[in-house]
Design a protein around this ligand. Structure first.
Ligand code: NFS
Ligand code: SF4
Length: 647
């Protein structure tokens, strides 16, 4: 990619250029070094599942059309797809499991630094899970809730409990197609079993299990992660923060938390507020004390709960270090690039891994144990302070924007209807009267193959212009934040008239930041509640709703896409980032056939303007089907007719 056009964000581009001057390689350089990437891999038609292989299918029909075992392109592509969905599911869900374990330890008094911050949510979840609450202490209730939740991962019989949050017709549809997920671990294990050599060789049956596995993520592990985190750390409520590399401060000890599990980052934030440590930082020469900022999804978690600033999304992780002002970066799980090690060595940053699931050669490991989490966090903060003196060249961009985040299925309801009459009614009414055409979810990652932040933000602008309310999560949220799309005072100017009117009345931006990637499930719950509110059909698939991720990178993004589709939504991904095109049959099912089964489908489009049009067309189609598009006949009078009328 043209070095000058790697990022549409000036701050990122400036640091990329600085890294080039410093002779440092970054993600984009490593991508260039990989070119041309393997054509078989891009199409999903290579298989290395057994040692009779690796095998590959000739996409032009001249060479072999089957692997050594006889597997054809359809089987190989479907197996690769299923394995990716299973890996994505495992990441979200294992995160959920960790939260459940800390939750239980907290209830037992074994994790003294954590506590239950949202009591009303604890009671609501207890009721949903049929845990008795009357006359019991919070700790007792939480212990039972945590135990039920932990059981969802490995129970030997029964189905996922959270599917009950879906509209009834949706639950029946899943039952009819036999995809209601059982234990989360079981679906992931079965995915590996089915896709190993010599087992499931029917692409449709493999894809069906991909649906079941993805549903175990969306209506299971990931959903439970968000719920338990809300109870432990407090439910997000809309509040202001700042986004982009400019949130880092020259005169502060800058600590970056990077990864996904708030178990670590929550404690680091608490430690950073410690007056003793703040004083120590000032004494070390950092007049502004300690400054904590996040990258990737843990950043979304912290901003939406505590207003902690976001330094950037996935592709900013190396750039943040290259500013020269990051004194420490604490890493937990997922989306952490090994490339950080070399960059950190050049720019003084101290890296620490903090969970036993993830270690990196050359990086010091300081495990966060729940029994003394705050102490560990304080130790890490001290190491950051000690490192402040080691800074050399500083290249810190100034760019940052205000962002309002903290929207959830609950907080959106409060904002719309007031704390005591929380309701989706105003939203449903404004969708029905056409001021808001529908809802779009823009989610997921930042991929160096695409101009950084360009597609997410262009798509968001195109959609709000067309009066579509946009909800974002993950790195897409951060991209939108950097371009002021989460700042009501700026973003409303780009919205269409109807949407602007509604947002102004409520006091929100036309793009609502809904948290991290595990929080995508909040949109499923919101959708179900919108259906229950009435007037927009009986099932999620009837809603004027569409999702997109045009910069996807991880297997997690695929799992999210698949559970959205299986929940009835249109999901748009970029064609060149969808490595399954090597089987016509698999693709035909994903973009066509699956709609007959679940009412949702995949679509491939890389151009954000075209993607916006495609999503709007889908939304208008749903509105037509709901019968809310019949406009009352409006007669336009000519001047002559008007004069006649006046007589
Ligand atoms: Ni989601 Fe978060 Fe970003 Fe993509 Fe990675 S940080 S869990 S996977 S890259 S959005
Ligand atoms: Fe080749 Fe079949 Fe083995 Fe895959 S499972 S590597 S296609 S022989």
């Amino acid at each position: 990619m043209d070095k000058k056009k790697r990022s549409s964000d000036k701050a990122a581009q400036d640091v990329i250029d600085q890294m080039t001057r410093d002779n440092q390689t970054n993600t984009w350089d490593r991508l260039d070094a990989q070119e041309p990437q393997c054509g078989f891999g891009k199409l999903g038609i290579c298989c290395r599942i057994c040692t009779m292989g690796p095998c590959r299918i000739d996409p032009y029909g001249n060479g072999p059309q089957v692997g050594v075992c006889g597997a054809d392109a359809d089987t190989i592509v479907a197996r690769n797809y299923l394995r990716a969905v299973a890996a994505g599911t495992s990441a979200h869900s294992d995160h959920g499991r960790t939260v459940a374990e800390v939750f239980i330890a907290t209830a037992k008094g074994l994790a003294p630094d954590y506590s239950f911050k949202d009591r009303s949510k604890l009671l609501r979840l207890a009721e949903e899970l049929e845990v008795k609450t009357e006359g019991r202490s919070d700790a007792d209730i939480a212990l039972d809730v945590g135990t039920v939740v932990l059981n969802e991962f490995g129970k030997s019989t029964g189905k996922q409990l959270m599917v009950k949050r879906a509209p009834k017709p949706r639950q029946q549809l899943w039952e009819k197609h036999d995809v209601t997920p059982r234990a989360i671990d079981r679906e992931v294990v079965e995915a590996l079993h089915r896709s190993t050599m010599g087992v499931d060789q029917d692409y449709l049956s493999l894809l069906k299990h991909a649906t079941r596995t993805a549903l175990a993520d969306g209506w299971g592990g990931a959903m439970l992660a968000s719920d338990l985190q809300d109870i432990l750390f407090g439910s997000p409520m809309p509040g202001k923060g700042e986004v982009n590399l400019g949130v880092l401060k020259k005169d502060a000890v800058n600590i970056i938390v990077h990864g996904h599990e708030p178990i670590l980052s929550e404690m680091i934030v608490e430690a950073a507020y410690d007056p003793e440590l703040q004083k120590k930082a000032v004494k070390a020469g950092a007049a502004a004390g300690i400054n904590v900022a996040g990258v990737c999804c843990t950043a979304n978690e912290l901003l939406s709960r505590h207003g902690i600033s976001i330094a950037g999304n996935f592709l900013c992780q190396e750039l943040a270090i290259a500013t020269g002002v990051v004194d420490m970066m604490a890493l937990d799980v997922q989306c952490v690039m090994q490339g950080l090690v070399d960059v950190a060595a050049c720019y003084h940053t101290k890296l620490f891994t903090t969970t036993d699931k993830s270690s990196i050669p050359g990086v010091e490991h300081v495990p966060m144990e729940e029994a003394h989490a705050l102490d560990t966090a304080k130790k890490l903060v001290e190491k950051a302070i000690d490192n402040f003196a080691n800074r050399s060249a500083v290249n810190l961009p100034e760019e940052k924007e205000t962002a309002v985040t903290g929207f959830t299925n609950d907080s959106i309801k409060y904002i719309l209807g007031g704390k005591f009459r929380a309701s989706y009614r105003p939203l449903n009414d404004n969708i029905m009267n056409g001021k808001i055409r529908g809802i779009a979810a823009i989610v997921g990652c930042s991929n160096p193959k695409v101009e950084f932040d360009f597609t997410h933000t262009t798509l968001a602008r195109e959609l709000i212009k067309r009066n579509v309310l946009v909800l974002t999560t993950g790195c897409a949220t951060i991209a939108c934040g950097k371009q002021a799309l989460l700042d009501p005072s700026k973003a409303l100017a780009w919205a269409g008239e109807g949407l602007r009117e509604v947002c102004e009345a409520v006091g929100i931006a036309p793009v609502l930041a809904c948290g991290s990637c595990v929080d995508n499930t909040r949109m499923l719950v919101a959708g179900s509640e919108i259906v229950a509110e009435g007037g927009l059909g009986q099932d999620l698939s009837e809603l004027p709703l569409a999702g997109a991720c045009l910069e996807s990178i991880t297997e997690k993004a695929l799992a999210i896409g698949q559970y959205f589709v299986a929940s009835g939504a249109l999901v748009v991904f970029a064609k060149e980032l969808f490595p399954y095109l090597g089987s016509e049959k698999v693709m035909d099912y994903l973009v066509n056939g699956i709609e007959k089964d679940f009412g949702g489908k995949w679509a491939l489009e890389s151009d954000p303007v075209k993607a916006a049009e495609m999503m709007l067309e889908h939304i208008e189609g749903k509105r037509d089907a709901l019968g809310i598009n019949e406009e009352t006949e409006r007669k336009l009078y000519s001047m002559e007719e008007r004069r006649d009328l006046a007589v």
